[in-house]
Design a protein around this ligand. Structure first.
Ligand SMILES: N[C@@H](CCC(=O)N[C@@H](CS)C(=O)NCC(=O)O)C(=O)O
Length: 217
């Protein structure tokens, strides 16, 4: 059984690991599954062959033994359900870990993405300087709530789980904004995630793609 994921041929972040294939690579490394990567250009993303795998023309996708998936939440959950290492055995703890995955994607990631959009895509609009503080405050409020729940624990609910993998992945996207540094416990939580050998391998693999020399002449 070969697992194949897709990733950007050239990630816009130049290898900082913020493209979402990194979280799938990380999950694959945590559960010890080998995988192959098919690199996709921005043009190919929007062509029918790729859209057959991903209706929104994005990365990452996941293919395995006749199964094709898109959405990192679905992919990481699939891996966590089929391999040991990312979900606890206890049924309640397992359900709570899945709840944290949804919280990462559905409650914490939106204000973080909104902040990136406000800065990068809307920064040149005449209303941008008025809107930015509001967007920043919404992200900050969410982080305060998350930091309050995490307290001084290492992970969100007992042992490291797919919930932490997703939350750390989402929080990493905040780093360029500097907001993470306002919350030392969250910055330390993210650092703990990054220190995991599985994350290190995933990061190195995406970095190798994004720093390779262009082939051909
Ligand atoms: N909710 C999706 C988001 C996927 C997504 O936004 N992928 C980005 C890369 S990180 C992408 O392909 N952007 C290119 C585009 O939308 O054209 C997931 O979690 O998989």
């Amino acid at each position: 059984m070969t697992i194949t994921i897709t990733a950007f041929e050239r990630s816009p972040d130049g290898g900082k690991g913020l493209a979402r294939d990194t979280r799938v690579r990380w999950a694959l490394e945590e559960v010890g599954q080998a995988y192959e990567v098919r690199l996709v250009s921005f043009r190919a993303l929007k062509e029918p062959a790729h859209r057959a795998l991903h209706p929104f023309g994005q990365i990452p996708t996941y293919e395995e033994d006749g199964l094709a998936l898109f959405e990192t939440g679905a992919i990481v959950l699939h891996l966590a359900e089929h391999h040991a290492g990312l979900l606890p055995a206890d049924a309640h703890a397992r359900a709570r870990a899945i709840a944290w995955m949804f919280a990462a994607l559905n409650t914490v990631e939106p204000p973080i993405l909104e902040l990136a959009t406000a800065k990068v895509l809307e920064g040149d609009k005449p209303w941008s300087q008025e809107r930015l503080p509001l967007v920043k405050e919404r992200a900050r409020n969410r982080l305060e709530e998350l930091a309050a729940r995490l307290g001084d624990a290492d992970w969100l609910d007992g042992a490291f789980s797919a919930g932490d993998l997703m939350m750390v992945s989402v929080l990493l996207r905040l780093r360029p904004s500097g907001l993470l540094d306002e919350f030392p416990s969250l910055a330390a939580y993210v650092a703990r995630g990054e220190a995991r050998p599985a994350y290190q391998r995933a990061f190195a693999a995406q970095l190798a793609v994004n720093t390779r020399k262009p082939s051909g002449g």
